[in-house]
Design a protein around this ligand. Structure first.
Ligand code: ADP
Ligand code: MG
Length: 377
């Protein structure tokens, strides 16, 4: 028999009073045992609210939260946060300033397992402190620790009771870049080592892709796509996901028979890929947008071309080119270092097979300058 999923959310919706649009809208997702899910989206898209609903700090107005085989929230059922078997880590660490490291870590154990004897509390505390690499610092107080060390304490405190699910709300956002990069790798290793399922909230797309097994992209309360990092990259379900996750180039385009016509030339529609739920809209679209990834572009010198190389950077294995289109749009291209094209050169672009992604253009995102650039072509 297969094990039950660690977490199953079904149709979760939450409005805050007077808000016209929901903070969380009809979210359904499943997290399997040992899986690491990153919830990714811009500020205000509902990530924290969804996490608080799972933890039991907010009550959804509709939908069901199931932890393991137990329903912990539904229209007629409610389980309090301390009885949910989840651990939480916050952006601002939230340690007790008057307790030392060991006491902070033991706090959750004492609260949850009042019947446990002090020997086992001590053992679990020591284990959790070792797991996050803080052995030797047990007697320090939070103010005697760096931000990274404080966040390790918070993680140890959440892990000590061995919850079935760890919820981390932007845990690395207050840290310096160097510490952040190192800790994100360590957090992943620790969670994988002990096999705990986790949801990791972040607004940083690179962090989301790096840390997780699956990424859920949120937009205005909705879960726009749930998939592996590779799926989000190769098959973005919407323009929002494509733009937020991959930082690619976007070019307005118009369909002419077999081709997508743009200000820098035509692209064969047979080389393009459109998300299933968008095919009908994209193909009928008067205006669409083509997504061209920098690494899928090849450049060929052509004196008659209107596209000019404005700048070039050497990245070791690749050159990164900044290109300028006739309308003044900036495009990025990355190519191998076999050929080195001069700044100022005019170039033609070609795109790797199947590398084009097509999205119907949202009229609200089309500026006047872009519209006129399109009609010039
Ligand atoms: P995120 O964590 O993605 O930045 P939040 O879940 O914090 O987003 O917020 C989602 C939306 O809900 C925002 O519009 C926010 O202003 C609103 N919101 C969050 N918490 C409350 C609250 N306690 N009362 C009223 N509105 C709230
Ligand atoms: Mg938040």
């Amino acid at each position: 028999m297969t094990k039950p999923a660690t977490l199953h959310l079904e149709g979760i919706t939450k409005h805050f009073s007077q808000m016209a649009s929901p903070a969380v809208a009809d979210v359904t997702l499943t997290l399997n045992q040992g899986e690491l899910l990153a919830l990714l989206g811009p500020s205000g898209c509902g990530k924290t609210t969804l996490l608080r609903i799972v933890a039991g700090f907010e009550r959804p107005e509709s939908g069901t939260v199931k932890l393991g085989e137990r329903i912990v929230a539904s229209p007629d059922r409610w389980v309090a946060p301390e009885q949910r078997d989840t651990g939480m880590v916050f952006q601002d660490y939230a340690l007790f300033p008057h307790l030392d490291v060991a006491e902070n870590v033991a706090f959750g154990l004492k609260k949850r397992q009042s019947r446990e004897n002090s020997a086992s509390i001590k053992e679990r505390t020591t284990e959790a402190i070792a797991l996050v690499g803080l052995t030797g610092l047990e007697k320090r107080y939070p103010h005697e620790l760096s931000g990274g060390q404080q966040q390790r304490v918070a993680l140890a405190r959440a892990l000590a009771p061995q919850p079935s699910l760890i919820l981390l709300d932007e845990p690395l956002s207050n840290l310096d870049v160097q510490v952040r990069l190192r800790l994100r790798q360590e957090v992943r290793s620790i969670l994988k080592e002990i096999g705990t399922s986790a949801i990791f909230v972040t607004h940083d797309q690179e962090e989301a892709l790096a840390i997780s097994d699956k990424v859920g992209v949120m937009h205005k309360g909705y879960l726009e796509q749930l998939g592996t990092p590779e799926e989000l990259y190769t098959e973005p379900a919407s323009r929002f996901v494509a733009k937020f996750v991959t930082q690619a180039n976007f070019l307005p385009a118009r369909r002419q028979g077999r081709f997508w016509e743009t200000e820098i030339g035509c692209f064969d529609a047979l080389d393009s890929w459109t998300a299933k739920n968008q095919i009908a809209t994209a193909e009928n679209a008067e205006k669409a947008e083509l997504m061209l990834r920098a690494e899928s572009i090849s450049l060929y010198p052509d004196d008659t071309s209107q596209v000019v190389i404005q700048d070039r950077q050497f990245l070791g294995r690749e050159y990164q080119y900044q290109l300028r289109t006739p309308s003044g749009r900036q495009l990025q291209a990355r190519t191998t270092t076999e050929t080195r094209l001069p700044i100022g050169a005019r170039v033609q672009l070609s795109i790797a097979n199947n590398a084009l992604r097509v999205f119907p253009m949202d009229s609200s995102t089309l500026s006047d300058a872009q519209s006129s650039a399109l009609s010039v072509s």
